[in-house]
Design a protein around this ligand. Structure first.
Ligand code: NAD
Length: 493
């Protein structure tokens, strides 16, 4: 079903099906507050239908040679490119980010399809002859069976693509449970998946929320779960799915620090940090949310970032010249307002206050303008609470060592960035800092599709991350074969 105010359908076993859900939720345009559609909270019986169909389909799918399986992905890439603009618009309409940001995330998603097209090489095993005389040993990779992704709202297109193309290319069948806040993008993608001619049951779309997720976690036919979302839910999913013996990877929340050294290029640093903190309305898991200034750069950076924050053009992401859209829901807007207030109560000063400013023409939208809290105290709750909105906290320290120590005492470990012109400082930072994605003069250190998305600490639960070779390992199980063929058993040649 395309965009309208009706209820979305599930895609199970190659067919669009009306959900029998007794509960549905509205899908909103966060810039206007307009209801776009209703999403069903699919019950366990529908997860069962999808898992059963996927399990049956997997018997044949795993036998399709890898180089034939990837032909569907090549087709998918060309369809995603054909419909690029309309998909990007859908992302903006349901998620709120600017059209340019939507195009960017879609491009990142497509790159994962491209990498997964290398599966005939990436999925190869290893072997060694003569582990004892006349005995050979080979390691092969086989698919797991049925796998599923549970996705967050902030990247409706890209995040399912961190997993799905690899799962399919490796011979698994798949279930996608998009975020109930942004289900329309995946619905469009599933129309394209259907157009590729993939055999029925290979990919399935099941809409829903907690009830649906719990049914996925408990379903005995689903062997592997990929989750991206907030850390409390990540922890819950990790433990519940692992308890059932499933393979699980859960990417969680973040509070990402950046350090500005006195020798950084101030103009470039300010521009990049502002894009990181306020881009996607601060709703990236790799958004900069704490800036630690070191030594003499404090005042100049504070002034420059405040000016940049104030000048940012906020509005509906499809409108010309808009640099930042709304946050996802009204409750998110209220939560962010509350956390800004909490920051001031904990001793920070409001350098730029982005609350309660209407956007002309979009009075019903969930906007928060860029906000800067200065003088955030290291021991305050706001220093480590994920705000997930366009709010940057400023802290000041006297040395790089002090900054690194502060970062390393944080429970989070998704990203940390350093702005400097010193190679030695960069090397020390890269070596010592406890986070999985590191940027040097980079504000959003998002790994490309051929590298793992490497969160650490409370930002990740599991072992193998999304994307690239990690995804190939996650979606395959190894089998080791030891072979002996004595000469006496064969004709002499
Ligand atoms: P969320 O945790 O609220 O929801 C994520 C998914 O989990 C959704 O599909 C939702 O339906 C489901 N879910 C929510 N509550 C549940 C529950 N109690 N039981 C079972 N399932 C439940 O996250 P969100 O608000 O959609 O996304 C924002 C969060 O995601 C932020 O914390 C952000 O940092 C994080 N994120 C992390 C990464 C990363 O790579 N580490 C990337 C993007 C987003």
């Amino acid at each position: 079903m395309s965009m309208g105010t009706g209820t979305l359908h599930n895609y199970i076993n190659g067919e669009w099906r009306v959900s029998g859900a007794t509960e549905s939720m509205p899908v909103m345009n966060p810039a206007t507050g307009q209801v776009l559609s209703q999403v069903p909270v699919s019950p366990a019986t529908e997860v069962d239908l999808a898992a059963t169909a996927a399990s049956i389909a997997q018997q044949d799918w795993r036998r399709v040679p890898p180089q034939e399986r990837i032909q569907y992905l090549f087709k998918l890439k060309s369809l995603l490119e054909r419909d690029f603009e309309s998909l990007a618009q859908t992302i903006t309409i349901e998620c709120g980010k600017t059209l340019k940001e939507s195009q960017g995330e879609l491009q990142r998603g497509i790159e994962n399809v491209e990498v997964a097209c290398g599966i005939p090489t990436l999925m190869q095993g290893t072997n060694l002859e003569d582990i004892a005389q006349g005995i050979d040993e080979i390691m092969i990779r086989q698919p797991l069976g049925v796998a599923a992704v549970i996705a967050p709202f902030n990247f409706p297109a890209m995040i399912p693509f961190w997993f799905m193309p690899y799962a399919l290319a490796c011979g698994n069948t798949y279930i996608v449970k998009p975020s109930e806040k942004v289900p329309l993008t995946m619905e469009k993608v599933f129309h394209l998946l259907a157009e590729t001619g993939l055999p029925k049951g290979v990919v399935n779309l099941v809409h829903g929320a907690k009830e649906t997720v719990d049914a996925i976690l408990d379903h005995p036919l689903i062997r592997a779960i990929s989750f991206v979302g907030s850390s409390p839910v990540a922890r819950y999913i990790y433990s519940r799915a692992a308890e059932q013996g499933k393979r699980v990877q859960c990417q969680g929340g973040a509070k990402n620090p950046i350090i500005v050294l006195p020798d950084a290029d101030l103009e470039m640093t300010t521009r990049i940090v502002a894009d990181s903190a306020f881009g996607c309305a601060g709703q990236r898991c790799l958004a900069a949310s704490i800036a630690l200034t070191v030594g003499s750069v404090r005042d100049d950076f504070r002034e420059a970032i405040a000016t940049t924050a104030t000048e940012r053009k906020v509005g509906f992401g499809l409108d010309e010249g808009i640099q930042m859209g709304p946050v996802i829901t009204q409750s998110s807007q209220q939560r962010i307002h509350g956390l800004i207030e909490q920051g001031t109560q904990e001793g920070a000063q409001l350098l730029v206050d982005g609350r309660n400013r209407n956007i002309p023409g979009y009075e019903n939208g969930y906007f928060v303008r860029p906000t800067i809290l200065d003088g955030v105290q290291a021991e305050s709750a706001i220093a480590t609470t994920e705000i997930f909105g366009p709010v940057l906290g400023l802290m000041h320290v006297n040395s790089l060592e002090e900054a690194i120590a502060l970062i390393n005492q944080s429970p989070w470990g998704n990203m940390a960035c350093l702005f400097t012109s010193s190679g030695a400082a960069a090397r020390k930072f890269r070596y010592e800092v406890e986070a999985g994605n590191i940027g040097i003069n980079i504000g959003v250190a998002a790994p490309m599709a051929f590298f793992p998305f490497s969160g650490w600490k409370e930002s990740f639960f599991g072992d193998l991350h999304g994307q690239g070779r990690h995804a190939v390992e996650f979606f395959t199980q190894t089998k080791v074969v030891i072979e002996r063929w004595p000469k006496t058993w064969s004709r002499q040649f």
